[in-house]
Design a protein around this ligand. Structure first.
Ligand code: COA
Length: 292
């Protein structure tokens, strides 16, 4: 791993130019469709924080590209009094995703737990697709995968690759069942209306997910571009490859997406650390922002 070239603990802060360089080198496609799951602190110190990373992603994709961020709202959506306000309810999926939600050109899909924000020419098409389910074949999330959008894991493991749930639903795994939730939504004019969404939570007794197993298999098969963006280990893969690989794994092992003996598959490349906030994939743990 090329940690030395980027300096150690005292390396200089990342700016937009350095981020664009690393994202381009990784293979983020100009004009492409890209969904990003991220951890800001994994990158090391970034001048300007999440807004700079967002700018860098948009610049790398260019004006013909579409950027998608998860703006999920669980666990707060479990509160029976939860009011989903698409314009104001923050994303709970990290600072970069929330910066995307607040971008003046962002469009947000409507879902109590699994909304997404999109910026770019395909944004409107994607966020308005489908009905009340986050996972159906016509849902916004499926649109991304089925248009062969790419997924970027920026400093986080495959455990955060939400698109694997699409395969779980499509393959009709027995441990997830649709559940309809009814809450309230605030419309742009301030009025409150009843609002329903369908999710597919795990059934009682679910042992926990191991999406790292699928991801590591894809890496071993050469289907993932792995590199460094700043201090973050970054992984880039295509929706079509993910769908095929998930089907192959499930056909071989019906427990392929589940933890065995409570364990998650370790990732071969870089360091995967757990903090009180979540999991982080980094080249050098001492360079994570906030660990000084
Ligand atoms: C939970 C998760 C977001 C936590 O990651 P994180 O890096 O600690 O948090 P964020 O991305 O929100 O970044 C904020 C942190 O970056 C750090 N930070 C602040 N300014 C910074 C800067 N300029 N440069 C770099 N890091 C900075 C701080 O530690 C900050 O935490 P604080 O607000 O508590 O001080 C991450 O582990 C994760 O799971 N991301 C994926 C989420 C997802 O898409 N899930 C899909 C469904 S499972």
């Amino acid at each position: 791993m090329n940690t030395e070239a980027k300096g150690g603990r005292n390396s200089k802060p990342l700016d937009r130019t350095a981020l664009v360089r690393d994202l381009t080198r990784l293979g983020v496609p100009r004009g492409g469709l890209l969904m990003v799951h991220s951890s800001l602190r994994s990158l090391g110190h970034v001048t300007g924080g999440a807004a700079t990373v967002l700018d860098a992603l948009l610049q790398t994709l260019g004006p013909d590209g579409t950027l998608v961020l998860p703006t999920f709202t669980y666990p707060i959506a479990r509160d029976p009094d939860f009011v989903f306000d698409p314009l104001r309810t923050p994303s709970l999926m990290g600072a970069i995703s929330d910066a995307g939600r607040r971008h003046p050109c962002a469009r947000r899909s409507l879902h109590l737990q699994h909304s997404i924000a999109a910026i770019g020419p395909l944004a409107e098409t994607i966020v308005t697709a489908g009905g009340v389910s986050a996972w159906d074949a016509d849902s916004p999330m499926c649109q991304i995968r089925d248009r062969d959008g790419m997924y970027l894991l920026l400093g986080v493991p495959y455990q955060n690759l939400t698109a694997v749930h699409l395969s779980e639903i499509e393959l009709q795994v027995p441990y997830r069942k649709p559940v309809r939730n009814e809450r309230t939504m605030r419309r742009p004019d301030g009025s409150l209306v009843p609002f329903a969404s369908i999710g597919c939570p795990p059934q009682p007794g679910h042992p926990g997910s191991d999406f790292n197993r699928l991801g590591q298999r894809m890496e071993d098969a050469g289907l993932v571009r792995v590199g460094e963006v700043g201090n973050a280990i970054a992984r880039l893969l295509s929706g079509h490859d993910l769908r095929r690989a998930a089907r192959d794994l499930y056909e071989q092992d019906a427990n392929g997406f589940l933890r065995q003996d409570g364990l998650v598959t370790p990732l071969a490349y870089g360091h995967t650390l757990e903090t009180d906030r979540g999991e982080h994939c980094v080249a050098d743990p001492s360079r994570m922002s906030g660990t000084e």
